[in-house]
Ligand binder design. Structure first.
Ligand SMILES: C[S@@+](CC[C@H](N)C(=O)[O-])C[C@H]1O[C@@H](n2cnc3c(N)ncnc32)[C@H](O)[C@@H]1O
Length: 221
């Protein structure tokens, strides 16, 4: 069942007012690279990378430069983050990024199955209060949906700096439902992927001042 917009995204959509240069990018560059649910492309390239909650876009930029032949789709409802990414796309002249500025799950529902070869959920909002746990983006429901859209053998990377969220994720990973969809490639006790593989994002930098981030890597089966 498709979730309604209101039920799914709980974070902020905007903080500081946008500068004129950012508004200008939203009116120009963004119009050419945004994904619109009402008007999705009729076909996609064979390799698609997908990031849920790209923040300011450090990982998306890194991946797009590393894999210039792969289409990199980033989802982020926080418009200041979208504006920050647009800036970098323009500066670096990157041509293989598309942006969905809304809840990633809405786009996932609309995408063809077996499309995504690499997926990232880096430092998702931990929603630490118990009564907010249901807001967490990582749930069996989201992961099942994501798996449906991933190619067999595709790779999913999740990172968190929040111990409670890590425990929540590990509980899901331990479930029979999860084990039918993904196999574990590496768990958080192992080393962080190299910065060549995944750069340090803004949130990770903040997190690392206090405690190490945990990276979990899975293979879609
Ligand atoms: C803590 S930030 C981490 C950002 C970035 N991944 C990083 O490591 O710097 C989590 C981000 O996920 C975004 N987010 C939350 N729910 C989302 C959803 N349903 N779909 C897409 N993005 C979402 C938030 O707006 C926020 O920017």
């Amino acid at each position: 069942m498709e979730p309604s917009r209101k039920q799914t995204f709980y974070g902020r959509r905007q903080s500081r007012p946008l500068k004129d240069s950012q508004k200008n990018l939203l009116n120009t560059l963004y119009q050419n690279i945004k994904l619109d649910l009402e008007n999705l492309p009729s076909s996609f390239p064979s390799d698609v990378l997908f990031e849920i909650g790209f923040g300011s876009g450090e990982n998306l930029i890194h991946q797009a430069q590393k894999y210039p032949n792969i289409l990199c789709i980033g989802c982020e409802p926080f418009i200041n983050g979208v504006a920050a990414l647009l800036n970098k796309i323009e500066e670096e002249k990157i041509e293989n990024i598309k942006i969905f500025a809304d809840d990633a799950r809405l786009l996932l529902y609309a995408l063809p199955n077996q499309l995504i070869s690499k997926a990232f959920i880096l430092f998702p909002d931990p929603w630490p209060k118990k009564r907010h746990h249901k807001r967490r983006i990582i749930s069996m429901e989201t992961l099942s949906l994501l798996r449906q859209k991933m190619q067999n053998g595709g790779q999913l990377t999740i990172a968190t700096d929040h111990l409670g969220y890590l425990e929540w994720i590990l509980e899901i990973v331990d479930s029979e439902d999860f084990k039918t969809l993904f196999e574990i490639k590496s768990l958080p006790s192992m080393d962080r992927p190299s910065t060549e593989e995944i750069p340090v994002t803004r949130y990770e930098k903040k997190a690392l001042e206090n405690r190490p981030g945990a990276f979990l890597i899975f293979k879609a089966i």
